[in-house]
Design a protein around this ligand. Sequence first.
Ligand code: CYC
Length: 184
Amino acid sequence: MLDAFSRAVVSADAKTATLGTAEIASLRSYVAEGNKRLDAVNAITSNASCIVSDAVTGMICENTGLIQAGGNCYPNRRMAACLRDGEIVLRYISYALLAGDASVLDDRCLNGLKETYIALGVPLQSAGRAVSIMKSSATAHINETNSQAMGGTRFRKMETIKGDCSSLVSEAGSYFDRVISALG
Ligand SMILES: CCC1=C(C)/C(=C/C2=NC(=C\c3[nH]c(/C=C4\NC(=O)[C@H](C)[C@H]4CC)c(C)c3CCC(=O)O)/C(CCC(=O)O)=C2C)NC1=O
């Protein structure tokens, strides 16, 4: 597993090169924006159970066959496995966002996941849909665009200082997209 720093070293070493100015500049911004990154990770981790249960509920509302006999979220044992998988995926995405590198997500979560799902009959398209709802919800929490209308009675806003989070939001989005394409 790599992070932004070890990734820079591994890539430079592969070229037998010293760290270049571009790499240093990129690490400098990783450090300078570090508190923002921690806020973004916190926005995901402290809302994780809400993000996961909302996404799995949304996926089921759109395809109620999943909780009927023969559906992959039926009976409760499978429903529990599905919710647990949502938690696992979100947890690895939060690690990748913290590290600024996707390798932990790739190596420990996505490697072999599609094959496992195919073997178990877990519908890949539905799993991808749940991840895409998690992406929307995590984006709203990081960006603080979550609203009363979206959150209902459990509405919650993070108390962070307002700033430009666009690059962190798109980086986080890329990890969700990575999961979706690994299942595609
Ligand atoms: C380290 C990372 C890691 C991952 C990612 C992981 C996934 C994982 N999900 C599994 C099952 C499962 N995963 C699901 C998930 C779903 N069903 C649906 O309809 C939805 C589309 C979806 C939820 C969004 C279900 C229902 C099962 C149980 C399938 C069965 O036993 O028939 C299994 C088989 C073993 C088990 O049931 O525990 C694994 C290994 N395990 C790990 O250790």
